[in-house]
Design a protein around this ligand. Structure first.
Ligand code: SAM
Ligand code: SF4
Length: 411
């Protein structure tokens, strides 16, 4: 599974048509003593070709990309949003997609420089860019590094040619290996995305992918269980997938092998060498704030008395027009009390370390007592453990995360 709160997932609040809409103020009646850390997400909505399993807001690139116009639109979008985050320090930036590596190093450089000029970036700001094998060469990677990108996330998915073909990827296993090799010439902080439970994949084949990913020795590995998402080709025409028990056994094997190799399993799908966890994603999971700019990007921004969510329009062409007119945001609403509880748990309980009890009040402006009933039930069912300091999902809770989260669903 991919983080449900990912700011580029197509799912989530459907944007309403006909301009920005804002719901009546103050349903939550909260007070935040301090604002959460802030991250910036930048969405690049094009790919060479749409993958049949993907429900991210990504569109096949037909002809030349309107790269210059899009950079201008992103900056107009940011300018318009600045008053909402005025003076707040940005701890991480994430160029996600889509396929950001379709953009030139010059465009990324122009964006990072413009961000620096408009927002106070932390001295150690983590700046990640998602790159797809088959869409860059060594020179481009050097350019990204020079632009200030200090972390690369490469979409490998599998090293097996049969599975790459079944997933409709544009790259083969040789390009996957080459991508890692040339990335390592410019970056020491690299994540590889892989998926398991692929069409007709055997446990041995999944294990071979794990070994090859480990062999690359990168700081971070993400292993996602391939899911059939609505509105994808795979959902309409499901391929033959391993059954649930086989998929669970694959996941156990991934986790065991990576633990043996010294990786910390800190979130359902994320493994890092100690200290190399993805700060940007940790901020989502700790219910931090994020400003998402770009087509279809989502934001969560807190103010002293309310938490707001908003979404930009999804279609790149419409986004270009609306951003230029200062109207990229299509929908915006205040998060109500019950949703604050659910959304906090949805994120924080994905983390193996859970959360310090005080973080709940810090991020939601509500007392933890409002969640006492579902917390007690989760404890009785062995899905969490807690003391006065910390609340953690148990192994059972992590395995049956959906059951655990359901307890917090608003009535
Ligand atoms: C934003 S996506 C795409 C990044 C990049 N464009 C790529 O495809 O390499 C990030 C990751 O989500 C994972 N992903 C996408 N769709 C998925 C699905 N249906 N099930 C599980 N993981 C998925 C893939 O591993 C992908 O690399
Ligand atoms: S390349 Fe990545 S973002 Fe694009 S369609 Fe495929 S999985 Fe989705």
């Amino acid at each position: 599974m991919v983080a449900p709160d990912h700011p580029a997932r197509s799912a989530g609040t459907p944007p309403r048509r006909g301009g920005e809409s804002v719901t009546a103020p103050s349903p939550a009646g909260i007070h935040l003593a301090q604002l959460p850390p802030l991250a910036l997400y930048v969405h690049i909505p094009w790919c060479v070709k749409k993958c049949p399993y993907c429900d991210f807001n990504s569109h096949s690139a037909r002809g030349e990309l309107p790269e210059r116009e899009y950079v201008a639109a992103l900056l107009a979008d940011l300018e318009r949003s600045l008053p909402d985050v005025w003076g707040r320090r940005v701890g991480s930036i994430f160029f996600g997609g889509g396929t950001p590596s379709l953009f030139s190093a010059q465009s990324i450089d122009a964006l990072v420089s413009a961000f620096r000029a408009r927002l106070p970036l932390a001295a150690d700001c983590e700046i990640t860019l998602e790159a797809n094998p088959g869409t860059f060469e060594a020179e481009k990677f050097r350019g990204y590094r020079a632009a200030g990108v200090n972390r690369l996330s490469i979409g490998i998915q599998s090293f097996n040619p049969k599975h790459l073909a079944a997933l409709g990827r544009i790259h083969d296993e040789a390009e996957a290996r080459r991508a890692i090799e040339i990335a390592q010439q410019s970056f020491d902080n690299i994540n590889l995305d892989l998926m398991y439970a692929l069409p007709r994949q055997t446990p041995e084949e999944a294990a071979a992918d794990v070994e090859e990913a480990l062999g690359a020795g990168t700081a971070h590995l993400s292993f996602y269980h391939l899911t059939l998402e609505p509105n994808t080709l795979f959902h309409r025409h499901p391929p033959p997938l391993p059954d649930d028990d086989t998929a669970a056994a694959m996941q156990d094997r991934v986790a065991e092998r990576l633990a043996q190799a010294g990786y910390v399993h800190y979130e359902i799908s994320a493994y890092a060498r100690p200290g190399r966890e993805c700060r940007h994603n940790l901020n989502y999971w700790r219910f931090g704030d994020y400003l998402g700019i770009g087509a279809g990007a989502h934001s969560k921004i807190s103010f002293a008395e309310r938490v707001m969510r908003s979404a930009r329009c999804q279609q790149p062409k419409e986004y270009l027009q609306r951003a230029a007119a200062g109207a990229a945001v299509q929908e915006s609403h205040e998060v109500g009390r019950a949703d604050l509880v659910f959304e906090f748990m949805l994120n924080a309980l994905r983390l193996a370390e859970g959360f310090p009890v005080g973080l709940f009040a810090e991020r939601t402006g509500l007392q933890i007592a409002v969640a006492e009933k579902p917390l007690r039930e989760a404890e009785v069912r062995g899905l969490i453990v807690r003391d006065h300091q910390r609340i953690c999902p148990t192994e059972l809770g992590q395995r049956f995360l959906n059951d655990l989260l359901q307890l917090f669903l608003p009535a």
